[in-house]
Design a protein around this ligand. Sequence first.
Ligand code: GRF
Length: 200
Amino acid sequence: MLGSGQGSNFVAIAEGISFGQVPAEVALVLSDVETAGILAQARSRGLPASYLPPGKFRTKLDEEAEQSLVAQLQAARVDLVVLAGFMRVLKGDFLRAFEGRIVNIHPSLLPCFPGLQAWKQALDYGVKVTGCTVHFVDAGIDSGAIIGQQTVPVLDGDTPETLHQRIHQAEHELYPRCVAALARGEITVQGRLVKWHPAA
Ligand code: GRF
């Protein structure tokens, strides 16, 4: 799992694993932010967690960092790369190394409001319903095939903070469900079409 922030989605997935709802194992947690909550959350659960120095760029990893990321994930023999608030764009060699095996969560109903502060974009636009999306990662920004979505109402008195908080709660339900389905092999992908085949 890769994250840059507080790691609440990591916690939701880690709890899903401990409660037996997500048949997976967190092999490694990496963050481009040394003080990120996600690293502390992982360490407090006894999971391997490391800081990945991102290099000289602000919005992506430099080549050395990207190579190190690929090497660490390969050494940990990961089946799936779960982005949970990882704030750098991943591309090139990384996407090729884990093609079709990288997922992300985004705080809107894609394809509406890709990019930063999607909850604020939704509020400013005036939509009455927004939500969150779990999707495969491709070379675009929040543009990969959609695995799952959960709606969240926009309420009259919402501020960016209250709406973001409600979306976060929905993320904590949606992401573990999607990771569990992937781990159980219940998801098939044909181009942009992702289908769920839950076991009877
Ligand atoms: C979430 O809102 C997610 O949609 C976005 O980054 C945030 C991560 O939050 N990609 P957390 O670190 O999991 O609490």
